[in-house]
Write a protein that binds this ligand. Sequence first.
Ligand code: 26V
Length: 816
Amino acid sequence: MTATPRGQRKSAAATKLGTVPTALLRRIEREAGGAAAKAAPAAWMRAVAHACRAELAERLNETMQADRDSGAKRVHYLSMEFLMGRALANALAALGLDAPFRQAAEHAGVAAADVLEREPDAALGNGGLGRLAACFLDSLATLGVPSFGYGLRYRYGMFAQRIQDGRQVETPDDWLRLGDAWELPRPELRYPVGLGGHVASDEGLARRWVPAQTVYADAIDFIVPGHDTRRVAVLRQWQAAPANPIDYAAFSRGDHLGAAREKLEAESLNWVLYPDDSTQAGRELRLKQEFFLVSASLQDMLARHLAEHGTLDTLGDKASVHLNDTHPALAVPELMRLLVDEHGLGWDAAWAQTCKLVSYTNHTLMPEALETWPVRMFEQLLPRHLEIVYEINSRFLDLVRAKLPGDEALVRRVSLVEENGERRIKMAALSIVASHHVNGVSALHSELMVQTIFADYARIWPERFCNVTNGVTPRRWLAQANPTLAAVLDERLDGPAWRTDLDRLAQLAPLARDAGLQAEVRAAKRANKERLAALVRRELGVSIDPASLFDVQVKRIHEYKRQLLNLLHVVARYQAIVAEPNANWVPRTVVFAGKAASAYVAAKDIIRLIHDVARVVNSDPRVGDRLKLVFLPNYGVSLAETIMPAADLSEQISTAGTEASGTGNMKFALNGALTIGTWDGANIEMAQAVGREHFFIFGLSAEQVAQVRALGYDPRLHYEENARLKRVIDAIARGDFSPGEPERYRALVESLLKRDSYLLLADFHGYVEAQAAVDRAFIDTAAWDAKAILNIAGMGSFSSDRTIREYAARIWNVPA
Ligand code: 26V
């Protein structure tokens, strides 16, 4: 032991470090209360996170100071979901601390990977929409766009999925149990949020909301580092607190539960992320959550603007409010209420500011996912907001009558109030009416959006609708998830600059047939496949061959995404192998992962069928290594980071016209997988960027899907005509995969043969042919590698940096 300048004693490990940066080690020793070498990986994780947070907090102060000084316009990105995943590896990379951390860990004899894996995923989102918001924060920080992400601090995030007897079981995701090492509480930022009550008029006839109940919203910041910059972005998450944590009257009566009621009610706002991206759950708590998010965020924005500018007249020039889908659409009436009722603006001035501020992204065409709220519930919870919505509606309908006279049917259709059956408020309509821009998330989706669900609004305001194709952050989805391939790129692209300038990937295209590059890319893929094979063995006890073709579909389980079509092909292949075991089979490993919404019975049946088929296929000695089927439980961001770099084939097989964009498709291609996919969402733009000949496209187009449906689709015709398809469906219907319960898939089979809402049977033949083309391509290793390289090379424009630049230039009007 040696004495430090401060007279403290250094541990042996720290002493040995010599020139290795020791601040990290000292911190770990301080926090873990002893030698770094003896500290548990979880203690390391927290201590390293705290070290990063301290540096990030400094950068946050700098960023905010700079934006105040320059009077910058801020973007306020409102989202009910931010699917952040883990933060540590990203923070270390952004802060340039990755190498020091690894060295320190090595010196202490601690495995760096173990430390990183101790961090729980922040799974505060369901799927694509939430992960997109997280990628956007990364790009906002990296591009230095003055911005705030606003969300809720859910106590329990996306449920954890366990598989019991082949069935999904949901368990709470207790991600905050260890305390979030990243949080930066902001006790000075607290806003009151009302709920319920009534509306009163004062003598001047001004209307004012008198809420029955008030909760406080406390800000907790999560700092998002930028890469290659000291700038950061911030995700501000709201935590509800009761105005009166204890009701003393109830308490002294001995009614302890009653005494805690207000506290419990307030805290219920942060209780859980709604685990449903398929149907509108229609629950009152969800409406409260949405209002809570919106009210706190807007109050925070107004307070900042007033502190900086002293007037609300310039609000629309200095702020932008973006709605990530309609979940934060209450921002429209709440902003109007704050401006008119609280800050005394006239209606017209307030509406002008609101329309200057708000923009909205639609993320789905599925009609059942469009949010509406019963007027009755709305009125009980937000009586003043309902009045404001009615006023917005009445002025809007006047405008429609003036613009397109004589079409009362149109007026009824576009009204913000749905009048058929129980009266409901249409949140998409409310969002469109207040937005200066409404965008879809891929070229096809944006086109269909104005041709179908929003056709009437596009007639009224054609110039309002536009497209901004999604993107993903290459920092997480390539540099962090795939360090082996990243090292190849660093070598071939003259250094690490591609991380913030993804267009540089195009320089790989001329090298696609270079045998040296092919070997490097293949070796990286092989290493990632071995890593995944090890995980599969650990998790499932199944051994899969890294030399086989890894065919992967990972995403939320949903009928429109057609995991079942994939499975029909697996069964067809299984039957063909058994019939002809000595044919020249290209060995395949089919990998699934994904969660089903807890109430979505059909999706849960698909998970069960995957498990039933897997049991039969994997244990059939006639099949051997020719075919393996695995389902990895508890899909999430971190699991995706391991799975995607290991894929040879990416399954993007939604019924054309149903997948708004997809972003998994981009992550796979960026990591050198080829895509088998339909002409849907962003697949189209990806295929165009890469070259159709390097994509496996099959199936009906969106236009053909619409035609088939219009003509009256009969799935039975395909079943009768296609012997291979018939054998597959008959096997499932007979109970070949559920011998103990032959009727298990009766509903599933019946739904396929009677309705087949997503046209699986119509696309089956094309899909199987495309899969045969995949086999043929895979055995020509050099040709496959060239395609993989061309796919990577074509992904430059699918960086979320490009996406955010487009939002900044075309929608938010801020520099980026
Ligand atoms: C709806 C609801 C309804 C109430 C309960 C909670 C909840 C959560 C989410 C949703 C809508 C989800 C829409 C969505 O995730 N869309 C996906 O967005 C991705 C990013 O734009 C896109 O790539 C996917 O294609 C699209 O499905």
